[in-house]
Design a protein around this ligand. Structure first.
Ligand code: HEC
Length: 149
């Protein structure tokens, strides 16, 4: 008899957390698992898409997403999520082939390094020459040019 009481006490102790998990934990845990596997899938997709890119494009892409995409847009079309549509003038559209044809590597490098004001335009594109090494700016130039290809 004593053994049985002890057993059911333990059984009850074991059941309570199980119920708590089933009741409250199940949905969030499932959701979390889904989100994690979706995250892993999209990370893998990004890794797959990047694996064959030359280093300068890969590095340019990384820097661009971090520093330029807010204004120029992740796809380079000048409609960045945060500032793209509210800036005057609007951020340069790197998918515009006609515009990009007018921009040599040297001109792009100069604009990026000194900011748009340094090439006689507005002061809306900040100077990046103190943020990046010149080889990083080369990577940005290489990457920006991929939008109009
Ligand atoms: C705060 C928003 C903003 C950010 C951040 C920004 N830009 Fe710009 N960018 C602009 C705007 C606005 C223009 C258009 C300026 C003009 O035409 O007067 C522009 C223009 C340019 C141009 C064309 C310049 C020219 O001579 O016509 C280049 C190249 C450029 N940006 C590169 C970059 C790069 C590379 C980064 C990231 C390292 C970056 N921008 C980050 C807003 C931004």
């Amino acid at each position: 008899m004593k053994t049985k009481v002890t057993f059911s006490k333990y059984a009850l102790l074991a059941v309570i957390p199980a119920l708590m998990l089933a009741g409250c934990g199940k949905q969030p845990v499932k959701g979390k698992a889904d989100a994690t596997s979706a995250g892993a899938d999209s990370l893998k997709a990004i890794a797959d898409a990047n694996v064959n890119l030359p280093f300068d494009i890969k590095e340019g892409k990384r820097l661009f997403s971090r520093y330029c995409g807010v204004c120029h847009g992740e796809s380079g079309d000048g409609t960045g999520q945060y500032y793209g549509s509210s800036l005057q003038p609007t951020p340069a559209n790197f998918t515009d082939k006609a515009f990009m044809k007018t921009m040599t590597d040297e001109a792009l490098t100069r604009s990026i390094t000194g900011g748009s004001a340094s090439v006689g335009k507005s002061n809306m594109c900040p100077p990046w020459g103190k943020t990046f090494e010149s080889d990083e700016i080369e990577c940005l130039v290489a990457y920006i040019k991929t939008f109009s290809k």
